[in-house]
Every structure is written in C-alpha cells, then in structure tokens.
Design a protein around this ligand. Sequence first.
Ligand SMILES: Cc1cc2nc3c(=O)[nH]c(=O)nc-3n(C[C@H](O)[C@H](O)[C@H](O)COP(=O)(O)OP(=O)(O)OC[C@H]3O[C@@H](n4cnc5c(N)ncnc54)[C@H](O)[C@@H]3O)c2cc1C
Length: 430
Amino acid sequence: MSARLPSSVPILVIGAGVHGLSTAWHLARAGEPPLLLDKTGIGAGASGIACGVIRNNYFQPAMSELMAACVEVWESDPAQLHYHGSGYIALGPPAQESDLIAVHERQQRIGYPSELCLGEEEVAAHMRSLYGDWRATGLTVCLHERAGGYAFNQESMLGLAAKARHAGARIETGVEVTGFDLDDAGAVATVRTSAGEIAAGQVVVAAGPWIPSLWAMLDLPDRIDVRQPDGHVQSDLPMWTYWYLQEGEIAFDPARFVTEDGRSSAVLHVDSDQPLRDDAGRLITREPWGVYFKPDRHSVQGGAQPLRLGHAIDVDPYPTGTVEPGFPDMWCAALSHCLGRFQGARPRYRQVRSGGAGAFTVDNFPVFDYMRPNVFVAADSNHGYKMIAVGREIARVLGGEHSSLLHPFRFERFATGDLHPVSHSPYPWS
Ligand SMILES: Cc1cc2nc3c(=O)[nH]c(=O)nc-3n(C[C@H](O)[C@H](O)[C@H](O)COP(=O)(O)OP(=O)(O)OC[C@H]3O[C@@H](n4cnc5c(N)ncnc54)[C@H](O)[C@@H]3O)c2cc1C
C-alpha cells in the first residue's frame, strides 16, 4: 500500500524504467524533485528485462550523438549503475561494410573511441588477437567500439532509483495512471490514478511498451500520415507496432568469456551470410543470420532476430521468457561458429525470464517531445535501455532549455519529412 499521495505536484513522472528514473534523478538534482509513479515496480518493464547492451553503432547521426552522451552518463558511476565498460564489437559481411564505414567515420568526427577493420584477413586477425579461439569466417568488416559495453538490467534500475531518491525524488510503486483530464488548451489538468486524482503542472510519460495505452489516454492519434524525405506522403499508418525480442542464455562461467588479456569480453554482435551449422555439422540455415551475446551475472546471454507481433497486443502480463522453437539451436550454433569455447554449449541453453516485447514507432525511431502543452513523452521505440541521458535532457527541457540531442526526435518530423536515414540492416533497431 503506498503512502497517501499529494493532491497536487509541480512535476509528475509516469514509469520507473530507465527514462522515468533518469528524468526523476536529473530533475531532483536540478532542484525540481518530482513524484514518480509506477503501476508495478522499479524496472518492472523493458528496462528490467533488457539484455543491457550499451553501444553507439547507429547509422543515424542523431542516434549516434545521443548515444555518446548516454555512455558519458553510464561512465559517471559504473558501480551504482552496474555498468561494465568492456566495449562493443559489431562484425558483418560485405553487405554491411558501407554502413559500418559511415558509422566509424562519424564516431571519429564526434570523438567516440572506435576502430575499424576491413577485409576478412584483417578482421579475423583482430578478433584472434582478442580471442585465441575465434573461428568465424566470411566477416569482412569489424567496428570495435572501445566505449560502451553492458550493464545489469535490474540492478542498474535499482541503482538509478537510489540516485533519484537520494537527490530528493519521491517514487511510489503500485499506483497506476488510469486517465488524464485535459483543460481547454489541451493541457493535462489532472492525472487520474488508482490512488486518486493528482493535479500536475508538468507530466512526463515514460511508459515503455505500455505507451500505446497512455497515448490513447492523451487522445493522441493511433494512425498518422508520414511525409517521406522525397515529399511523398504515406497516409494513415499505424503509430505503434509491437516486436518481440528473442533472448536466452547458456550456463557458462562469465569468467571464461574473457579476452586474451583476461578482461571481461566486449558485447559481440555478429551478422553473417555464411551457412550456419550446429556442432554435429547439421545445417541450421543458409539464410543470413545475426546474433548478439555478452557476459551476464552467471552466464552468457544474448539474442537474435526479433518477431513482429502486430499493432495491438496484450502487454499485461508483460510478454517475456519465450522464443521460437528453432531459436536455441540457431543461437547456440552461432556462438559456436564464432568462438571455439562455445562448442557443445547447446545442452547448456536455458530459457530464463529474458526477451520481451517493445513498442516501435511508425519509423522505428524514438519520439521525445511535448505531445500536450505540459506533457513530455519519452517513447524510445525500444532503443532505450542504453539511453540513460534522455532523462537528463528531458530535465533540461522541463527547465526551459533547448536540447539539441532530443530535437531530431520531435513528433513533427512525421509531417515535415525530416526523418532519420535508414541503414541496410534488416532489423528495426539499427
Ligand atoms: C528483451 C529486450 C531486450 C532489450 N535489450 C536492450 C539492450 O540490450 N540495450 C538497449 O539499449 N535497449 C534494449 N531494449 C530496449 C529497452 O529495454 C527499452 O527501450 C527501454 O528499457 C524502455 O525504457 P522505458 O523507461 O521507456 O520503459 P520501461 O522500462 O518499460 O518502463 C515503463 C514503466 O512504466 C510503467 N507503467 C506502464 N504503464 C503505466 C501506467 N498506466 N501507470 C503507471 N505506470 C505505468 C511500467 O510498469 C514500467 O515499469 C530491450 C528491450 C527488450 C524488450
């Protein structure tokens, strides 16, 4: 049972995931401690289940610049944020060379530490210098980000909540926002909750995969027109699409998933066009495949291709902990394809509470914007565990400043055609 809530607050934040917690922390630090409400608990949504990969491998300039700022925040307190700055390595076949070259060039320009290897021999040599048992073939491009890495999902959210509380924010869990009353100007006057009504001066909505329901409560459109950069308008597109991210793990001592110098491994992301076989030589697929994996608390964790779920799904209870029947074979075969130490890992696969659903926007990029005169929405299109600096920027915007990092993610882009460039990646997250 939560303590009695105030009838009125200057700032109300909805959602105790990375964006709500980071916003609350930064608002409190700026002397504007908000009330944060979550219907379930801290890290109860996508932030508490995320693989925890923190990378800057984005083809879009605006994403890349925002990620660089996010890594700075992660690096500011690795202990309390449970952050491991072991880096991130993306490897790909010839089809991905141009994208990764462009990403690397931009990272050089913005001072993000990374190196690029091109050609199968150079890539293999780089990987073997890090991992003596590296054995993947056919990879001709490698982007090695020396910053970033991973953090432990639930622990990092608890750490963020502790920081927010320490700075003066009030966090109440078990309180659900059920509706909004709008005034004549379209601003939110009152927030309706399961614990009563609260008048709020400003509201921040950071509801993760639940954003479509909050969006509807704010009476925002569930279908929109999108102007493409060439001027062509695509009409009446659904604002939200759900994808399911398949993830699992193998029981494997993370102390053995280290580089030659004994350091914890970087996150590895491998996209390949090579035939994939299991340890017995049986063909898994001749189609291009992609996986990512990283050390976890007691295991090696990662995932692969997401599944498209559609425009409306039931998010309660939150969908997690399942994969397609072929996923474990494919993911374990891919790990073994890359590193000899994972040979024979398939029997050690286990389907834990990992993987989950995300709500993607109509162009698969975040919307960070005022959607009502006093309601700022953080809808990260499932890019966002790593995006811990978004809350810092939201706090600035609520304080009256302009955020050049958030500006490219305004809702208006769908009407103006000021969209983000699209990469050659088959996935909606690159
Ligand atoms: C399986 C999976 C793996 C991922 N891996 C990564 C990764 O490795 N790296 C990365 O950067 N991103 C990753 N992501 C994406 C990332 O997890 C999300 O983009 C991010 O966590 C969203 O944060 P959030 O704060 O918006 O929402 P959430 O963390 O989902 O938090 C939203 C909160 O809002 C609360 N809420 C919802 N509705 C209401 C209401 N009506 N009233 C009150 N409270 C409400 C919920 O209880 C929840 O706690 C992954 C996502 C998934 C699903």
